[in-house]
Design a protein around this ligand. Structure first.
Ligand SMILES: [Zn+2]
Ligand SMILES: [Zn+2]
Ligand SMILES: [Zn+2]
Length: 270
């Protein structure tokens, strides 16, 4: 399994254009790994998780094409995770190839509501509606959606367990602490890789996002049920400038407990 992080920030990005907090100012001065675009992750070359406002810029920066993407899997309807107009660029009037790999937009009802009805044929697009706590196949991937603890208004936010036949990934963003039922939904799984959000590192509330201690509480619970093994690789991502320090400081902080810090453009091969 290969993963490419197209973005690793929460809704505002880092630096946020309208902010001069220490984290944003530091990012402007030092650039590099401190600059974070809104989160999206490419699995292998054919499964794109989320499709937000920075996906086009990220593809340009990292020399990535999305022509091989068969599945666009969306976690929830927040604007940093889904921008429908990205998909409009698939129409024949906006591309030179006469054929393109058809794409299946696999998303919860709230995302389709946002996307609206369009000419899917012109986009070479099909739709598959999913809901939390559902098992489904996007061959070769076997996927299970988990109920995320996220803003009620976002509707049907989901996390995903993704199995590509050789490795199993837990994609845990955007979410606060899982509700009890989710641990039952996760029972029996054992992850090779966990990507977990760390949106609000220095704050206390864990209802819709996680902070440093929330990440560790979630991981401890996964250990207890056998979902996280001693050799499971863990990366944190989806950072907000409001609560997180620079990349190097995050590496130092999370490195104490063996957790890795994702950055934009990073490729990970398992
Ligand atoms: Zn988000
Ligand atoms: Zn800021
Ligand atoms: Zn969100």
């Amino acid at each position: 399994m290969k993963l490419t992080f197209l973005g690793t920030a929460a809704a505002e990005g880092i630096p946020s254009a309208f902010c001069d907090c220490p984290t944003c100012d530091h990012a402007r001065q030092h650039l590099g790994k401190n600059v974070r675009k809104r989160q999206a992750v490419l699995v292998n070359d054919d499964l794109l998780i989320d499709n937000g406002p920075d996906v086009y810029a990220a593809c340009g920066m990292y020399g990535i094409s999305l022509v091989q993407v068969k599945y666009n899997l969306i976690t929830h309807s927040h604007s940093d995770h889904f921008l429908g107009s990205n998909l409009a660029m698939r129409t024949r009037s906006f591309r030179r190839q006469s054929t393109i790999v058809p794409m299946q937009l696999t998303a919860p009802p709230s995302v389709f509501k946002l996307f609206g009805q369009g000419n899917d044929e012109a986009l070479d697009l099909t739709r598959m509606t999913i809901v939390p706590n559902q098992s489904f196949e996007l061959p070769p991937y076997r996927i299970q959606s988990l109920t995320a603890s996220h803003h009620e208004a976002s509707g049907d936010a989901m996390n995903f367990i993704i199995d590509d036949g050789s490795k199993k990934l837990l994609f845990a963003s955007d979410t606060g602490m899982y509700k009890e039922q989710v641990w039952d939904e996760m029972a029996g799984h054992s992850f090779d890789l966990i990507i977990i959000e760390s949106t609000t590192t220095d704050t206390d509330h864990q209802k819709v996002h996680l902070n440093y201690s929330g990440v560790h509480t979630m991981l401890e619970k996964m250990e207890q049920i056998g979902a996280k093994r001693p050799d499971t690789t863990v990366y944190v991502s989806h950072f907000s400038h409001q609560h997180n320090p620079s990349h190097d400081e995050l590496v130092e902080l999370y490195g104490r407990t063996g957790i890795h810090v994702a950055y934009d453009g990073m490729t990970l091969e398992l």
